[in-house]
Design a protein. Structure first.
Length: 277
């Protein structure tokens, strides 16, 4: 089974549908399986006090103006849905609240995503699990009990899922990657496990691919110097193409683990061992 590669556009579109389309095009060009977004109802996710607090951004001087500027609405998601169908790539989004999950239902995407921040939101997880769509569950900022609770919800509802090893720092430091958690999650929860990476560079993602992940998610951007909190931990188009190409080679290189001598090797052995005959 090939690794399902997800280009996490998230909010790196900066509220611009044309930037969004460029990122979708880059994901397709690189050979990704899907693009992903984030959806929030601001009044559900944040307090009024927080939204009214100060924050300088291209959209104004408050947190609300900044968050609103990064949030796509009905018109933009209708265009994303149309564009992705036209281009032949899957899309889905991680909802941060019940209203946003309800909003996403109308697009009938094939997948759902639980963000690390939301894995402890049991009402949201139950709502998602009841939809029955295959769900990617990120595990950053969690305990084993948190993960078990999420697994129990999806198992109870009979909804297929896979966990994604995640460390929720931006960018992730190499020494904190803890990739051996991939095998720990497989063994402890008896399910497929992917990797959602927030590191700079590609080496950690390559190592994750070699550990047998079933999905790989990386944030993507047109330019890491653009405005936004996720940009510095994102991959630019050239890096995305390099990532997908290398991961596909790694998959081929892993083999089946059964010792065998290929024809070319037998010929070499005959030449090198002829003096032993």
């Amino acid at each position: 089974m090939s690794i399902f590669i997800i280009a996490e556009i998230g909010i790196n579109h900066n509220g611009d549908i044309e930037i969004c389309k460029k990122l979708i095009d880059e994901a397709i060009s690189a050979g990704c399986n899907a693009v992903k977004f984030q959806k929030r109802d601001l009044e559900s996710v944040y307090t009024r006090e927080f939204l009214e607090s100060s924050r300088e951004s291209p959209w104004g001087k408050t947190q609300y103006e900044q968050k609103k500027g990064l949030e796509f609405g009905e018109e933009e998601y209708q265009e994303i849905d149309r564009y992705c169908k036209e281009k032949g790539i899957e899309w889905f989004a991680s909802a941060w609240d019940l209203k946003s999950q309800e909003f996403l239902r109308k697009f009938d995407c094939n997948y759902n995503k639980v963000a690390s921040a939301m894995i402890v939101y049991k009402d949201l997880l139950t709502m998602i699990a009841k939809e029955g769509r295959h769900t990617f569950i990120s595990t950053g900022m969690t305990t084993y009990d948190d993960i078990q609770s999420a697994v129990d919800i999806f198992t109870k509802e009979g909804c297929s899922f896979e966990l994604m090893h995640t460390v929720s720092t931006y960018p992730l430091k190499v020494e904190n990657a803890n990739l051996n958690m991939i095998n720990t999650l497989k063994e402890k929860y008896k399910c497929n496990v992917g990797y959602s990476g927030h590191e700079s560079g590609l080496a950690i993602s390559y190592a994750a691919a070699a550990l047998g992940i079933t999905s790989l998610e990386r944030h993507v951007t047109i330019d890491r110097s653009m405005y936004g909190s996720d940009q510095s931990a994102s991959i630019e188009p050239a890096g995305l193409r390099q990532l997908v190409g290398a991961v596909r080679k790694i998959e081929k290189a892993m083999g089946d683990g059964i010792k065998k001598n290929i024809k070319e090797e037998e010929d070499i052995a005959q030449n090198l061992r002829q003096h032993l005959s």
